[in-house]
Write a protein that binds this ligand. Structure first.
Ligand code: UDP
Length: 463
């Protein structure tokens, strides 16, 4: 019995030990499971963090993220928005007139849509899409040269477009002689031939084009319009070209020769160290400009330090939201990114490849590795990152949508803006204009001149 008991005991003991072992195995398993779940969650978080982390700019300077703490009691200017327009006004106010500015931005970085950074693969990428600097204004060229060395660069875009036999081809965009030869099996060699080819396809009219469709057909004729402009525009704007202002379709040139450059301006270049470095030079590390990020103007407007002038660079309809007018239309974009290690290290033949066809959800794919202002050695990396660009009506506003309805509505906002005391509106979103970077800079420089002339900003520095 004893034995039995003891054996029972022993058995019990064994059972207990086994149970303990089991439960410890279970515990271990659970622990391992929990650990691996935590691992997976952490992995996701880390990946998210890695994707998001680079947008923390100058993390060495925590003062950028201190809300409205640690500010001066009074500033000459409070500037809403740390993009191009806001940065130009703050920089000019300081360096021309010795004025102080508080610059706030709801995003967690300076630079607005020009913001770029080196990603986890070592490749310089732009968070809001490709930005190529080009200008025909010497004033703008001289201005930007103060803040960076510039790498000369002529942007060349190609499109993946179906030819007349429905076979996909890579062709130059804007369309030139080669585009027509490839897509339409033509045999054009001279400018005269090209003009003749276009003339056969574009209507003769003395009336100026009234909308995007008329503008495009008057320039490139119906065949190129149907293949390249109509479907791309539809995807980009969710509107047919006929429902857009003629100016939108006039942005892109067309060529009667073999020139395959995207832009015509005499100065075309990229900042050697990226755009963000320019904004750092303009805004950071000086006594007269304080920057606060992650600060939403509409949440802090009552608590701002005293200031003589508010410079608002956000969407004008958001500023006047309480006035009951309809909202202005903006177009947004978003990106799907993919890291690849293709043979030869590159995914596509050019930095930007447009995809006009309706069979693709995206408008274009950008491969930043092609950019000539990448950090040294990037072209030799095995990997590359591609950004598929989609157009959307939700998300941060990028583009005003130029058409008669929006222009008419904007003029109502503009009237409110002129009546608003102590505030000036500047920039792509506040002026509701489809500015390129250089136009935004020129506009801000000219607005600053006007503020000086009108005595709305006056210098502390001797001029
Ligand atoms: N566009 C087009 N097909 C193209 C490229 C441009 O139809 O392959 C038209 C389209 O309407 C677009 C406009 O031209 O909105 C201006 O193009 P751009 O490249 O200047 O646009 P952004 O770079 O400002 O987005």
């Amino acid at each position: 019995m004893k034995d039995l008991k003891s054996s029972n005991n022993n058995n019990n003991q064994e059972d207990k030990e086994q149970a303990a072992e089991k439960s410890s195995v279970n515990l271990n398993l659970k622990f391992a499971l929990i650990c691996s779940s935590i691992g997976i969650i952490l992995g996701h978080l880390l990946r998210d963090f890695q994707q998001k982390a680079p947008i923390m700019i100058d993390s060495k300077d925590p003062s950028l993220f201190r809300g409205l703490n640690g500010l001066k009691e009074e500033y000459d200017l409070v500037i809403v928005g740390a993009g191009l327009s806001g940065a130009v006004i703050a920089e000019r106010a300081r360096n021309e007139l010795g004025l102080s500015s508080l610059v706030i931005d709801k995003r967690e970085h300076i630079g607005g849509n020009c913001y770029d950074y080196i990603d986890q693969h070592g490749i310089r990428v732009s968070l809001y899409g490709v930005h190529i600097f080009h200008t025909k204004f010497p004033r703008v060229e001289n201005y930007v040269k103060q803040f960076s060395d510039w790498v000369p660069y002529h942007h060349r875009v190609v499109g993946r477009v179906r030819d007349q036999n429905n076979t996909e081809k890579i062709v130059p965009i804007p369309p030139n002689i080669d585009t027509v030869n490839i897509l339409f099996d033509a045999n054009i060699d001279t400018e005269d031939d090209m003009v003749r080819w276009l003339d056969e396809r574009r209507p003769k009219s003395d009336k100026p084009p009234q909308n995007g469709e008329e503008m495009s057909i008057s320039r490139v004729g119906t065949d190129l319009y149907e293949k390249i402009f109509k479907p791309y525009t539809r995807k980009q704007w969710d509107k047919w070209p006929a429902d857009l202002d003629a100016s939108v379709l006039a942005r892109l040139p067309y060529r009667t020769n073999r020139d395959d450059k995207y832009f015509d301006d005499y100065f075309q270049a990229l900042p050697r160290d990226g755009y963000t470095a320019i904004f750092e030079k303009m805004l950071l590390n000086n006594d007269e400009i304080d920057v606060r990020l992650n600060v939403d103007y509409f949440k802090v407007m009552e608590d701002l330090p005293k200031h003589k002038l508010l410079v608002f660079t956000g969407p004008i309809d958001a500023y006047f939201a309480s006035q009951g007018l309809a909202k202005l239309e903006y177009r947004s974009i978003y990106f799907e990114t993919e890291y690849l290690e293709p043979n030869g290290g590159f995914f596509q033949p050019a930095w930007v490849v447009n995809h006009p066809g309706g069979e693709y959800g995206w408008t274009r794919i950008s491969e930043y590795k092609h950019a000539p202002n990448q950090p040294q050695g990037v072209e030799k990396l095995p990997g590359t990152i591609i950004y598929r660009e989609y157009s959307s009506d939700v998300g941060d506003p990028y583009y005003p949508v130029p058409n008669p309805r929006n222009q008419e509505l904007y003029s109502k906002y503009q009237k409110l803006a002129t009546e608003e005391k102590g505030v000036t509106f500047v920039g792509r979103l506040a002026s509701y204009k489809y500015f390129n970077m250089d136009q935004a800079i020129l506009n801000a420089l000219e607005l600053f001149d006007k503020l000086k002339e009108e005595g709305k900003v006056t210098g502390k520095k001797k001029q």
